[in-house]
Design a protein. Structure first.
Length: 152
């Protein structure tokens, strides 16, 4: 983590990395990830998270609250099914910040390995810095569970 200032506003960076094994073929794991980032996503407490993911380069990832309301989380920077998805944007941060997330999948004996990386920089609030590792862990575990159910 680094810290700088801009007009007395602290600028910080963060990095969250996680590697998990998924007992499902790579195509199913990738599909489950798209579902969790899209219409099937849920918050940590199981409430629906109304997201839309346009799964093509430049496509939007946003929270759709209806009535032309919502929150842009990012844009698809790279998509190479079934091995890679990268999204860059503000994520859940409604303040000066830029984030990049990467889902990298690799086929292996017995399933798939996911390497997840989130990097961010900006005026990152402490509650986001502290809560995001847990939030990503929950979200990734839900994706893994979805893939493993689909593979059975």
């Amino acid at each position: 983590m680094t810290t700088a200032t801009l007009n007395q506003q602290p600028l910080e960076s963060l990095e969250i990395a996680r590697t998990i094994d998924i007992a499902a073929p790579i195509e199913i794991a990738f599909e489950a990830m798209l579902e969790e980032l899209g219409p099937e996503g849920q918050s940590g407490d199981g409430k629906p998270m109304p997201f839309k993911l346009e799964a093509w380069p430049g496509g939007r990832w946003f929270r759709d609250l209806g009535n032309d309301s919502g929150h842009l989380w990012g844009h698809v920077q790279v998509i190479k099914p079934p091995t890679l998805l990268e999204i860059c944007g503000p994520m859940m941060m409604s303040y000066p910040a830029m984030n990049h997330i990467q889902y990298r999948f690799a086929a292996q004996a017995g399933g798939t390995r996911l390497t997840f990386l989130h990097r961010g920089v900006g005026a990152i609030l402490s509650e986001h810095r502290e809560g995001m590792p847990k939030g990503w862990a929950i979200w990734i575990d839900k994706m893994r569970a979805r893939a493993e159910r689909k593979a059975k």
